[in-house]
Design a binder for this molecule. Structure first.
Ligand code: 6PG
Length: 247
């Protein structure tokens, strides 16, 4: 990775959403200037959701290069797109339905089927076909957004899951027994770590221990294995989640 993680420490969840939205805009504008398009993978969870809602408001909503943006998902639950647990539905309600994105610029992981392995293979193919940039033959997204669970999971890469060790497939089907919706699809670490930038969004006191374990103790939980080989890693942390970090 190009250097240590950049820590953006902010007061609260609203400040985190503001800072993350501003950084997404800057990344998008730089990507379009550099190579004519912006590719981003969205995360699920309540923390990323606040950032999406902020991005759908001025000044970001009018400044974003939506016509040159392609939207992917870092993970999805194996549920229909209109299911309350769907990451797509969460992002659509807060952002995608509110901005001028061409439908063929949004690549939803198809969680509605029965066959998660096929869905994973098909999504990996679509990602490879659409994401022009490559790093060592792996699709290189301009930006991957991630949240972190208290157990150190990120995307749907859970501790002990074989998907954490996946080195070939860009997208894997997982069975996360501990998760509310166990059957999932997830981008794997090769794709995440091929990105030009990765933003990890973490808020709340319940995350303080996992933030310390990753950023201070360097524990190799899945969130601790996110380390772009030729890119930047930014951690956006509110004060509650940063409580155990040195000042
Ligand atoms: C998912 C997410 C997951 C999420 C973290 C953090 O599909 O559940 O991809 O990795 O980002 O669990 O979620 P919160 O921000 O809600 O704590």
């Amino acid at each position: 990775m190009s250097g240590a993680p950049r820590l953006i420490r902010v007061a609260d969840t609203a400040a985190l959403a503001e800072a993350a939205a501003a950084a997404i805009l800057q990344t998008a504008q730089a990507a379009v200037k550099a190579h004519g398009r912006f590719t981003i993978a969205l995360a699920g969870g309540a923390t990323p959701a606040l950032t999406y809602a902020r991005l759908a408001q001025p000044p970001f909503v009018t400044a974003m290069p939506w016509d040159r943006s392609w939207i992917f998902f870092g993970d999805e639950r194996m549920v229909p797109a209109d299911h309350p647990e769907s990451n797509y539905r969460m992002a659509d309600e807060r952002l995608l339905a509110k901005v001028p994105l061409a439908p063929d610029h949004v690549f939803r992981m198809r969680g509605e089927g029965e066959d998660s392995e096929t869905a994973a293979t098909e999504y990996g193919k679509a990602l490879g076909e659409t994401c022009a940039a490559r790093r060592a033959g792996v699709p290189r997204l301009d930006l991957v957004l991630l949240g972190v669970g208290v157990d150190g999971h990120t995307a749907s890469l859970f501790p002990g899951s074989p998907a954490v060790r996946e080195i070939f497939r860009p997208v894997a089907a997982v069975h996360a027994a501990a998760a509310a919706v166990p059957e999932r699809l997830t981008m794997t670490l090769p794709v995440i770590n091929a990105a030009a930038r990765v933003f990890v969004l973490v808020s709340g006191g319940e995350k303080s221990k996992v933030v310390k374990s990753v950023l201070v103790e360097k524990k190799l939980v899945p969130a601790g294995m996110v380390s772009p080989e030729d890119g930047e890693l930014w951690w956006f942390v509110d004060e509650a989640a940063a409580a155990l970090l040195p000042r």
